[in-house]
Design a protein around this ligand. Sequence first.
Ligand SMILES: [Zn+2]
Length: 338
Amino acid sequence: MTDTRHAILRGKREAARLHREFGMRERIEQDGGRIDVFDTIVKCGVPLLFKPLDGLLGVFIDVPMPGVMVTTKRGLSVQRFTGAHELGHCRLGHSPSLDDESILRRVPLNAGPDVKQQELEADAFATEFMLPPWLFAANFQRQGWTPAMMADPMVAYQLSLRVGASYEATCRSLMRKGVEVITRRTLDNLLEVPRRAIKKALLGGYEPPDFFRDVWLLTAKDENTVIEGSRSDLFVLKLTEHSGAGYVWTFDELNQTGFAVVRDEREGADGETVGGHVTRSITTLSEGQQLGRMVLAERRPWIPDGAPLGAFCVHYDLTGPEDEGLSHAERRLVLEAA
Ligand SMILES: [Zn+2]
């Protein structure tokens, strides 16, 4: 076996072992959400610090004890991938490593001869740990997505948000061996589309303060799942409204938890009802707490205390990206222990 194949196998095997050890697959298949990279580092007993690193994304040290540092200068998906790469170094018993941007671009099978074996192992670990084939399968099943639908940049982008990786890393992973959902040609087409264009299409007439922030499209299929993102993320909710029977989606619960509605429309021809239903499209962002439940209820507005026809609820964690110091995962553990 070549060194590269051996490295890939070794990285993948350790990633699968950690998934099993922490029961990640069962939890995610049931509740949604993504692989919690920082929580796993902390649970493995490895000190994890966030620092504004210069020219580096992450650092792994092994003396006097194993430890990981991740930059604060990048967004959450890059922080997560870097953390996974450094966790790989740690779990595979590697020598200390200073890792720069190249960890985001390297493809193990095409790595140049100057790339060290331990880097290939950590790369393979990071990809398999964050983006295992079963994580894609779980999202496809929940959302009713098919492989063919991944040719649509909007769908691939929504998948990337749910698995907590960058759009590019997600698209590349959809082509990799063992997943093989898209072809090279589809990948090239997907990567050509500017992220800004995808976000703009999702937001319709709403102009956000910037296009760095992510835009989630939430539907009934996300009901009761866990949404993990960043403080400035925008949410476009598309919900069926039974207006023919006098029910409308109301914002009381949403406003109470600090969500601001920035756009609100009824879709379909002039908002006309079709069979008594319309699609209500609500764009919102959190101006309040970063952890909680986003709840909307469908009510008859003239009977405010009447029983709602239905409710929509997702659990959210918008604490990303990580700030300087300890990770949110570690702070939570410290609080729980206190
Ligand atoms: Zn490395």
